[in-house]
Design a protein around this ligand. Sequence first.
Ligand code: ADP
Length: 544
Amino acid sequence: MLVFMLGVMLPAAGFIVAGASYLRNIQRNKAIEAVIQREHQQVLAIAEKRIDARAYDIAEEARAKFPDVNQGDRLEAFLVAHPDIAHAVLWAGKGHVQGQSQPARMNEPAFGEEGKEFSSMIGHWFDPESESKDWIAKLKKMEAKEGKHVYLTDNWVSRGDKWQYQSLVLFVPRGSTAEHPALAGFVYDTDYLKDKFFPQALNDVLPNQNQNDTHPQPVIMVRTVKDHAPLATSLRWDGGSPEVERSFEGVFPGLVLGIKLRGTTIANISNHFVQTAFLILGALSLLMGGGMLLTYRNVARELALAKLKSDFVSNVSHELRTPLALIRLYAETLELGRISNPGKRQEYYEIIRKESERLTSLINNILDFSRIESGKKEYSFRETDVADLVRSTLESYRFEIEQDGFQFEQKIDNDLPQVWVDREAIARSLLNLVNNAVKYSATEKYLGVNLYRHNGGVNLEVVDHGIGISAKEQPKIFEKFYRVGDPLVHNTKGSGLGLSLVRHIVQAHGGEVAVESEPGQGSKFIITLPVQTAEVQQAKGMSA
Ligand code: ADP
């Protein structure tokens, strides 16, 4: 048992405790939240790169169509061909600024004003010679280094009471020379960014989303630093605020990318994970506990059985030795021929007979038991008059029992049905019960045997007024080798096989054996035998 506790229980308990504390750690350190957040950061970094690339592509494409330095009059045509661009401006040296706003929107009064403001702002920017030189140098350097002809940055305008975000594209137009340097630019309006550019870009950067996927899927949005409400969102954005944010660094300074999980939060996912893990751990612990309980019970049972077996061996040896010693003693005495009294001689013969009978019945019990254990016990069922069987079995014992000082009562009903039984086996069962009744009645010497019709079958009862059996022991006495640990029983010889044989035999007949008993009051063993026809018996394969 100690080995079992140390070898199985301790590691199992250790495993459960370690598992639980590991999970607690994960929960406390918010480890799962951290992992998901890191993953989200990566998604946002990749998203920013892709959005930037897309913005460059679009701006480069427009720049390629932009009029040459000396074609300022074509600005309007350029804007007509690019309805997404709000204003365009061409600076061709100090004081030479040409600006044009999107003709399609000139009916918005504030819009034209905004365009003029934009042109003059650009003029002011570039007019100092040093400033324009710096810009051109910067753009040329970009071109040489990254192969990009445009520089993108933010441009904030106030419309009504709100600050609007625009995207400004600057570049050196065709026809700009060292003597006559020129710069040009155009802006993408908020509306374009909000309604077209970002919705498409955000959807494109998200991994393929399956509508039927039940896993929470990431959704992203973009907002300006001045406003928490989204400027644009990916298609399946479900409101709320993002869980992880990242500020744009390159093309869209002043914008922030945000990501969250659709329909849930990172905290929810983490809680769900930890809860599921705890549940699994709990279920595993229960299974393990159950398994260990079963193993423990099995081990305990095996140990008890091993002890019963060793008791059995010493009981049986003892039981064999006593009658053999008596037989030998009386046989030797008779052999010497010194006993002249015929009465005495007769008594000795009787003792030898009785002791050899005891030996035979003990050996028969052991043989039967071993046949039953190895599954080789065979019964030969025959239609039998049980009343006759019981009467004749008891007859040879009646005298002896009465001589032992027992009051012997036998009640056998008339007209009992014929029962299909193995005569020898039933006789052995009855003798085992009678033997026990005699053995376990030290002071109150009474033996009753009743046979009566019951529920269409037959009941056979053996009653004594002996030491009785406590309720706790009653279910165990039918187990093999089991003997009650009472000193009264201990002092009586026995092998612990009798009742287990009785039960096996009776069950093989389709019946049951039960006990009613109270300590100090005596016991009643009841064998119930059903009346079975030959066909039923054979169908059950009972003679096998
Ligand atoms: P045993 O050889 O010990 O009698 P059994 O299988 O016949 O083995 O009986 C098992 C145990 O049941 C006995 O050891 C005894 O403790 C108890 N027992 C059986 N019959 C009686 C009885 N008539 N009165 C009291 N105890 C009994």
